[in-house]
Design a protein around this ligand. Structure first.
Ligand code: ZN
Length: 150
């Protein structure tokens, strides 16, 4: 499984570069939400709405899915460093956006892409994707932020 780490790291860096280059910066409102989600540098975030959120190589995903029950369908959103992909079908979903912002905050807190991936994959292996502490945090914070002023 750990053979996948360098590959995943390379893939995430590539995607982040693409979003930081082609994505849009946040509105004032989105920036406030990002801050509420714990992001230290919301001005760095770029957002890209896409028809299908890209996922890493099929073999890596299948491997992940087998051991972690990682969902195989394309996700609604994905955070890659300070880059966020959102599926166009949920592009106006505040809770999905805030959920991804919590992951951005986790990247910041853990010190970058490599340590984020190491912990994320480790949790997924240990707890399964659905029960991982990082996913639980993202869901809880998103629910709290959105409940506050929705
Ligand atoms: Zn998540």
């Amino acid at each position: 499984m750990w053979l996948a780490l360098p590959f995943a790291w390379f893939w995430v860096c590539q995607q982040q570069r693409r979003i930081l280059r082609d994505g849009r910066s946040l509105s004032d409102e989105e920036r406030r939400d990002a801050t509420a989600a714990g992001v230290v540098l919301p001005e760095r975030i770029r957002l890209m709405v896409v028809a299908i959120v890209p996922t890493p190589g099929a073999s890596l995903l299948r491997g992940l899915a087998a051991v972690t029950r990682f969902p195989l369908s394309p996700p609604a959103g994905m955070a890659l460093g300070h880059g966020i992909y959102l599926d166009e079908r949920v592009s106006d979903s505040r809770s999905t956006f805030v959920h991804e912002c919590v992951h951005v905050a986790q990247y910041e807190r853990l010190g970058g892409i490599r340590p984020f991936l190491r912990q994320y994959l480790e949790e997924c292996l240990r707890e399964s994707y659905w029960d991982s502490a990082m996913e639980a945090e993202a869901n809880a914070v998103s629910a709290r932020v959105c409940q506050r002023d929705c």
